[in-house]
Design a protein around this ligand. Structure first.
Ligand SMILES: Nc1nc2c(c(=O)[nH]1)N[C@H]1C(S)=C(S)[C@@H](COP(=O)(O)OP(=O)(O)OC[C@H]3O[C@@H](n4cnc5c(=O)[nH]c(N)nc54)[C@H](O)[C@@H]3O)O[C@H]1N2
Ligand SMILES: Nc1nc2c(c(=O)[nH]1)N[C@H]1C(S)=C(S)[C@@H](COP(=O)(O)OP(=O)(O)OC[C@H]3O[C@@H](n4cnc5c(=O)[nH]c(N)nc54)[C@H](O)[C@@H]3O)O[C@H]1N2
Ligand code: SF4
Ligand SMILES: [Mo]
Length: 716
């Protein structure tokens, strides 16, 4: 067979890079960036190249395996489905529907077939015990969108191609390639802003890779951003710098917001934040000076105790500056598959509570932080059977040793995953899907949070063998076998589970805003899958454009600046003005992402080893001296919940009083079958985390700023 070039969008992060893949005899020869790709224009990062290693990974499972006394045994798909059906039905009969729990991980968003099928399958189980990785990263954003715009998924995105001042608080797009701001080649975008006379400023407890490229970087103590944000609004009020704007004319309760921020002057907050009044003044000067200034914050301000308040205040500042829904400000997308409208009926929260800790559900899910409680706490509706789909809670969830204890306690666990890793080692049965280059791709979730409206479909560059199944096929079969509900719902679910995801995509494209049957742009050259297949580099639809007030989902078509539950929580913020006592755990722990890593699961790919991707503890030289720690010394980091050993990286790039350790490591469990990852196992930061340390509004995990202490190993 001759060599062919195939094109596929990379699904690993949010950047949606177009890849050019050289294939020969169903083997990958080389992977490059696709220059004609309308979104990424040839950009690629090392993870995109690593898709070849993922495809060839000798540790990747391709057929189902069941746990036996002699180890994992390969079985047929039929036997695997029979075991799953019998085991879950038995549990359901004995304890009820809620006794089956589900956890869906980050890649469920990135694998198209999985994303399309997932909710039908989970709904078929009719259980309230649903958990997802969202409550480890994004729920504050959902909650703020819901309360302010009426829809959890109505996320305003920085118009990075047209703005001239970007204030990045708690995000590192140089490593992450942007989140809720999907951005291939962020380096070029930052450069372009600077070349036109604009600025990018980073506020972060660590001088990150993004800070290195930025025009300025200011250190801030972890979890003190809420004070900074309040003082920014306060300054805007004091300087009478809140212009009339369309966004503001759509917003209610400005006067109350102005009143609320009164106590938070820059002079009051500066000593608590670690920033100087001069630095806060500089930031506000620039926000006012530049015609298109935008504030953007992601995990650093989400996964912390004030996550929702931070997102609320960031959105509010952008509204006060008049930057919402205008070119060069923050805009809403209008993608070819209008997922926001399609999912409007699902955008609900606070309808019922979790059994053990009474946390409220948000968009149908309980916080992952309480998954272990729901498995281990005896009583009615205790989780006894569990399905983990594309997730690794044994490494990604807080208090991970408790999570592992819980997984070991289950009566039956099924994992839909291609590795025997830290989580799936506890499963009784693993059903591995075809993944990566074996799957077709359409990023319908990520187009919703992109910086331009584009559309692109990629057929699978490589086939799967007849012994393999895709996620959507596995979930479809489970859906048919485990469905609970009335006859009408059963028939509907059964039919839905048999429709190929490609057909569903085609229908969604055709009926979408740019589709052949789409009402708004009805036209002969409208979108369909067939048309997209002729454009492997995608089609540029439009720049982001103004959509308000039409696209507001609030009942009164207004933006709420002062949601009641947020305002109530402000009482707690007052406590931040009291200087903290140095306690038993004097250091604040924050996370870190590396370009050559992706959460917990790409450490088995040899091409990604090395570079700056190291699992070390960054510590300031003064803190190292205080603790008598030498550079590269292996030390103990501990908290009330656990302890890890890790190499110290002594650097002035981290703020004094703060240490930084990446998550997703700790691959040395005996049961893990990932050779390369095990060789360079790293330490698991989530062993240190208190699983009750949540943002009290969204119940999102507060990873950042977690109190810890450090000591030399010999002094233990
Ligand atoms: N301390 C700390 N913890 C964190 C974070 C942090 O910053 N600090 N970040 C949090 C964030 S933002 C996130 S999103 C979560 C991620 O948390 P998770 O989603 O729980 O974990 P991942 O590491 O993404 O693991 C993904 C799993 O899916 C499998 N997989 C990959 N592709 C596919 C596929 O196509 N199909 C199937 N079926 N399986 C697949 C992998 O083998 C792996 O087991 O971690 C969170 N945890
Ligand atoms: N290469 C790579 N890319 C990824 C991922 C990956 O694991 N690797 N994961 C993907 C996922 S699941 C997500 S959700 C996104 C996340 O995308 P980002 O949010 O851009 O990623 P992070 O690197 O976690 O950036 C968070 C920043 O916040 C800082 N920070 C920590 N605590 C605080 C605080 O209290 N205040 C402030 N101001 N800053 C703080 C950290 O130092 C860090 O620089 O990235 C995605 N892309
Ligand atoms: S930046 Fe993201 S989408 Fe682009 S190649 Fe890297 S992992 Fe893939
Ligand atoms: Mo995430």
């Amino acid at each position: 067979m001759s060599e062919t070039i195939k094109y596929r969008t990379c699904h690993l992060c949010e950047a949606m890079c177009g890849l050019e893949i050289e294939v020969k005899n169903n083997e990958v020869i080389a992977i490059k960036g696709h220059k004609e790709d309308v979104y990424s224009r040839g950009h690629i990062c090392p993870k995109g190249v690593a898709l070849k290693d993922l495809h060839n990974d000798p540790n990747r499972l391709k057929r189902p395996v069941k746990k036996t006394a002699e180890g994992w045994q390969t079985i047929s798909w039929e036997e695997a489905f029979d075991i799953a059906e019998q085991s879950f039905k038995k549990i359901r009969k004995k304890y009820g529907n809620d006794a089956i729990g589900t956890y869906t991980g980050n890649p469920t968003v990135h694998n198209t077939g999985t994303a399309i099928t997932l909710y039908d399958t989970i709904n078929a189980l009719n259980t309230r015990n649903r958990f997802a990785s969202h409550s480890l990263d994004s729920v504050p954003v959902f909650l703020v969108n819901q309360m302010m715009f009426g829809h959890a998924m109505m996320a305003p995105i920085p118009d990075i191609d047209h703005l001239d001042y970007l204030l990045i608080i708690g995000a590192n797009p140089m490593a992450s390639n942007g989140s809720f701001m999907s951005t291939p080649n962020i380096r070029e975008k930052i450069k372009a802003i600077q070349e036109k006379g604009g600025k990018v400023v980073v506020i972060d407890p660590r001088k990150t890779e993004t800070a290195d490229k930025a025009s300025a970087h200011y250190f801030i103590h972890p979890e003190k951003d809420v004070l900074l944000l309040l003082s920014i609004i306060n300054e805007l009020v004091l300087r009478n710098a809140i212009p009339n704007s369309k966004a503001l004319s759509l917003a209610d309760h400005l006067d109350e917001l102005k009143e609320m921020v009164q106590p938070y002057t820059k002079e009051v907050v500066a000593p608590m934040t670690g920033m100087s009044t001069e630095q806060i003044k500089n930031v506000v000067d620039d926000l006012i000076k530049y015609p298109h200034s935008v504030v953007y914050g992601r995990l650093g301000v989400n996964t912390q105790s004030y996550g929702t308040l931070c997102q609320w205040l960031i959105t509010s500042i952008n509204i006060l500056l008049g930057q919402l829904d205008i070119k060069g400000g923050l805009q809403f997308t209008l993608p070819a598959i209008d997922y926001v409208t399609l999912m409007a009926h699902e955008s609900k929260m606070f309808r019922y509570s979790s059994r053990v800790k009474s946390y409220k559900e948000i968009v149908g899910e309980f916080p992952t932080a309480t998954l272990a409680d729901e498995i281990l706490t005896k009583g009615k509706n205790q989780i006894r059977g569990f399905i983990s789909i594309a997730g690794n809670p044994a490494r990604s969830a807080p208090n991970s040793q408790l999570v592992e204890k819980a997984l070991a306690d289950l009566e039956f666990m099924l994992a839909i995953d291609m590795y025997v890793n830290e989580t799936t080692q506890y499963a009784d049965l693993i059903m591995p899907p075809g993944v990566g280059l074996e799957t077709m791709h359409y990023s319908f979730v990520l187009h919703m949070i992109a910086t331009r409206n584009t559309t692109k479909f990629s057929p699978a560059p490589l086939p799967i063998s007849k012994d393999q199944r895709y996620d959507w096929q596995i979930m479809g079969e489970l859906q048919r076998r485990l469905f609970t509900g009335n006859l009408f719902q059963r028939i509907k679910s059964n039919i839905m589970s048999r429709i190929h995801p490609k057909t569903k995509l085609d229908l969604a494209l055709k009926t979408g805003p740019y589709g052949v049957w789409g009402g708004r742009f009805l036209r002969k050259d409208g979108l369909s899958l067939k048309r997209l297949e002729k454009h492997p580099g995608g089609i540029e639809l439009s720049e982001l454009s103004s959509v308000l007030p039409k696209r507001l989902f609030t009942k009164n078509k207004r933006i709420e600046l002062m949601p009641e539950i947020f305002v109530k929580e402000m009482e707690k913020v007052k406590e931040l003005l009291i200087p903290e006592k140095v306690e038993q755990y004097p250091l604040k722990l924050i996370g870190r992402r590396h370009l050559r890593s992706n959460n917990s699961w790409m450490h088995n790919l040899p091409v990604l080893e090395g570079g700056s991707r190291t699992c070390t503890m960054m510590i300031h030289p003064d803190d190292a001296t205080t603790h008598g720690i030498q550079p590269e010394e292996v030390v103990e980091v501990y908290s009330e919940f656990g302890s890890i050993s890790i190499e110290a990286e002594v650097t002035t790039n981290i703020m004094q009083g703060t240490i930084s350790i990446p998550h997703g490591w700790g691959h040395d469990s005996e049961g893990v079958q990932m050779q390369t990852a095990k060789r360079n196992a790293g330490a698991n930061i989530n062993q240190l985390m208190d699983h009750d340390r949540l943002d009290p509004l969204s119940y999102n995990m507060a990873f950042n700023g977690h109190p810890v202490a450090v000591r030399k190993i010999e002094s233990v």
